[in-house]
Design a protein around this ligand. Structure first.
Ligand SMILES: NC(=O)c1ccc[n+]([C@@H]2O[C@H](COP(=O)([O-])OP(=O)(O)OC[C@H]3O[C@@H](n4cnc5c(N)ncnc54)[C@H](OP(=O)(O)O)[C@@H]3O)[C@@H](O)[C@H]2O)c1
Length: 765
């Protein structure tokens, strides 16, 4: 590779680019369009979520990567270039038909996730590669293929890795056949009674309050998660058993073998390019261009947010990063310098040999950056980033396990506590710690091999190619990593670029749930706002209502007897409420046996009504009125007895409550119909929506208990009001608004406990 005059840039050729919608592919397409005016490009793009390839191309061309060139060229020249030089073939790597007149293929399409289920990783990275080469052969084309791989295909090794074919004995056909067959096996295992018993028991323990269908749905979700996790495990353990860190590098290594065999082996020209960790641009199309977070970035951001007290890794290991524009330039130089047919050439594109950046060096630069530009700490000043001591993987693992155990215990305890602002604050902090720990766990498992690597990827061939560039082309087409000033790159270019991707530049931002401003309500007559009663609209519950009703009909001398009876029944009610809200309502309403309906009605219209209205939560009342003003139908759904909620009739267009069975005007203690709880509420709303012509996606629902989950999930605008711990967790995970209205409402159990346990005189409120 001598003699500068021998090197020619690509000129007048037709390039087929796969993976053009990805990170490296976008940078490649931009460079081809902006710097190679005589080159035509055909992109292989798959249809995605119903969007055809042609539309995806239009969206792609509007991305920021093209902006500088588009602005410099002017709209007309840009449109003409796109029209004359870019075309698209729709298809994925499962089945494609390709044209014959292709001169160069840049095959960048790939699944790049380290932890994909084994069959999915093989589908694109091995089977997809087979499809590509078979399609090229079927078209009768003879292009030079630049097969994009990764430096990490070398697997877990120490020392210098040469730019040569990989040294391993894994057979891609056997591995592919087994990866494809595994899913059926795992699916079968997931349906075994012993596996199903476990998933169902877990689902029952967590969701029985929300009803039987919720339990069944979550058991099935758990089974599917189990299948996915198992397939990920299969991929990882097979890869590791053969000396690769993960399924990504394993399948990419096998993909190289496919290319060698099916393309170079058939007498064609093949170059394998193996970039290291590709990150934001150094210069082109502008410093810091990046398309979402790449490999190192979640860690950089997490560190800036103060949630990485330590991370496993050897401070002296080389973290081989390389800006994407240098990678693209290297690939295009490779494309212009094909090897002999049948004799594949290999190129490492990284910084580890010519300009190594140690893990410690990256850490120090990132720390300096965040010390100078700290991230906001959610309205509480700024994050102070931690100092790492690099204690080693074992210590980090111990710290992780301790944290995971402690937060799991705390969550279990909090789920049993009554709903209160303080419980919510504790739960919120536990959830945050859990998210942080999950993050740390995931990334320390995934990145272990990369942050503890003791390898150097030799890049003599790549550097020799760079040396062939005539001087006048170096600025625009060069790819020597020695030009990178790491301090400038990390602190002035890369860290600002990835920090800018964080919404509000503070993951922990946001105000307390309770103080959030109410959004405007659209004026519509085809939507309803459905409210649960206890804990949502009134700061009261069944027990309290019963006490008002019962005690006001009894002489003071009999109060202690009544309360003692309640105290004896307390454990039974608590058990019933935890198990199933319907059981609790049924059990509790038995206490009304023998009460006169008429007497209760009179009471409700008089003292009970006043007490109930005094217990109405002002924010709830205001919200009901806002819905009414917007033309929405307001509906109350409650397990309380209809007679007792009569005083609220003025607030709602419709009230759906429990009805007691009567005999001769006296309650028998049984309900006239099953209580409307958990899934029965959702079923009622579905029928009602059909009859009344309501648009469920526009409807609102407000509830405070996990048993309200089915109702809340049924509408387009669910709101968790003063949620119990389980509903709070669910709402946070689903991104539902959480409102803390009024003084926090106490659960049935609280009222019962303190009513019974306090001095009898204190029962008067
Ligand atoms: N990023 C790095 O740090 C890095 C480092 C070393 C090597 N590499 C290699 O560089 C190449 C590009 O990586 P990247 O970071 O740009 O990945 P990326 O952003 O995830 O893009 C992947 C591309 O592949 C396409 N693709 C995936 N499966 C496909 C299928 N079955 N059929 C058709 N297209 C499919 C995707 O299309 P959709 O838009 O339709 O999903 C997307 O265009 C890969 O070969 C990767 O192994 C990357």
């Amino acid at each position: 590779m001598t003699g500068q005059r021998e090197f020619r840039l690509l000129d007048g050729v037709h390039v087929l680019l796969t993976g053009g919608t990805g990170f490296v592919g976008q940078a490649m397409l931009e460079k081809l369009l902006s710097a190679y005016p005589t080159v035509r490009v055909t992109l292989l793009i798959r249809e995605r979520r119903g969007v055809p390839a042609a539309r995806r191309l239009q969206t792609l061309l509007r991305k920021p990567v093209f902006r500088p060139w588009r602005e410099a060229a002017g709209e007309e020249a840009w449109q003409a270039a796109v029209r004359d030089r870019v075309s698209v073939i729709e298809g994925d790597l499962g089945a494609i038909t390709l044209p014959r007149d292709i001169d160069v293929v840049i095959h960048a399409a790939s699944t790049v996730s380290f932890d994909r289920p084994i069959d999915e990783a093989f589908a694109t990275n091995v089977s997809g590669v087979v499809t590509l080469y078979e399609a090229l052969a079927a078209a009768g084309a003879d292009p030079h293929v630049v097969h994009v791989s990764t430096a990490y295909v070398a697997g877990v090794r120490k020392g210098v890795i040469p730019e040569a074919a990989l040294d391993h004995a894994a057979d891609w056909r056997t591995e592919l056949a087994s990866a494809v067959a595994i899913r059926a096996e795992v699916e079968r295992d997931s349906r075994r009674p012993e596996t199903l018993r476990k998933t169902s028991a877990k689902a029952r323990a967590e969701h029985s309050k929300a009803g039987p269908q919720s339990v069944a749905r979550s058991a099935e979700e758990a089974r599917r998660d189990w299948v996915a996790r198992r397939l990920v495990e299969y991929g990882r353990s097979r890869a590791q058993s053969l000396g690769w860190p993960d399924v990504y590098t394993f399948t990419k290594a096998l993909g190289e073998r496919v290319a060698e065999e099916l393309w170079a082996g058939a007498g064609h020209r093949l170059s394998v390019v193996r970039p290291a960790i590709v990150e934001s641009s150094l210069r082109h199309p502008y410093p810091g261009w990046i398309d979402g977070f790449k490999m190192a970035d979640p860690l950089i951001i997490a560190y800036g947010q103060g949630i990485l007290p330590e991370f496993p890794g050897l401070p002296d290991s080389v973290l081989d990063m390389i800006p994407v524009d240098l990678v693209v330039n290297a690939m295009l130089a490779v494309a212009a310098a094909p090897p002999e047919p049948g004799r594949p050439a290999y190129y490492h594109v990284g910084s580890g040999t010519r300009n190594p950046l140690a893990y410690r060096g990256l850490y120090e630069n990132v720390r300096e950056y965040f010390r100078r530009h700290p991230m906001p700490a959610g309205g509480r000043g700024h994050v102070r980033v931690p100092s790492w001591r690099f204690p080693g993987g074992d210590r980090v693992e111990l710290m992780l396990r301790g944290g995971e155990r402690a937060t799991a215990l705390a969550e279990r305890a909090l789920r049993r506590m009554p709903s209160s602002q303080r419980t919510q604050d504790w739960m919120s902090s536990v959830l945050r710690q859990q998210t942080d720990l999950e993050f740390l766990r995931r990334y320390s498992d995934l990145y272990e091999a990369y942050t503890q690597a003791e390898v150097i990827y030799d890049d003599s061939r790549t550097y020799a190619l760079h040396q062939m560039l005539p001087d006048h082309l170096v600025a625009e087409h060069g790819f020597d990593p020695a030009v990178i000033d790491w301090r400038e790159y990390v602190q002035e270019i890369h860290a600002p670029a990835v920090t800018a991707l964080v919404p509000g530049s503070g993951r922990r931002g946001g105000s307390r749930a309770g103080s959030a401003r109410q959004p405007e309500l659209p004026e519509r007559t085809d939507v309803a706002a459905v409210f649960d009663l206890e804990g949502t609209v009134v700061a009261s519950n069944l027990v309290e209502a019963y006490l008002w009703a019962r005690l006001s009909t009894l002489p003071r001398s009999r109060w202690s007897g009544e309360l003692a009876g309640l105290a004896t029944a307390l454990p039974r009610y608590l058990r019933a409420e935890r198990r199933d809200r319907g059981d609790f309502i049924r059990a509790f309403l038995r206490r009304y046996e023998g009460a006169s309906e008429e007497q209760l009605r009179d009471l409700a219209d008089d003292v009970l009504g006043q007490a109930l209205l005094q217990r109405a939560i002002p924010e709830a009342v205001r919200q009901i009125r806002r819905h009414r003003a917007a033309g929405h139908r307001t509906i109350l759904i409650t397990g309380a007895i209809d007679v007792l909620v009569r005083p609220l009739a003025g607030l709602f267009d419709e009230m759906v409550a429990s009805r007691m069975h009567t005999s001769g005007g006296v309650f028998t203690g049984h309900l006239a119909a099953p209580p409307l709880v958990d899934e029965a509420r959702a079923a009622w709303l579905q029928r009602h929506a059909q009859e009344a012509g309501l648009d469920l996606a526009g409807c609102y629902a407000y509830g405070d208990s996990y048993s309200d989950r089915p109702l809340l999930e049924f509408v387009g605008h669910p709101v968790a009001v003063n949620p119990d711990p389980a509903l709070y967790v669910h709402a946070r995970r689903r991104g539902w608004p959480v409102r803390n209205w009024g003084s926090h409402v106490r659960g049935a159990a609280d009222v019962l406990v303190d009513t019974v346990l306090v001095d009898m005189g204190a029962v008067r409120r």
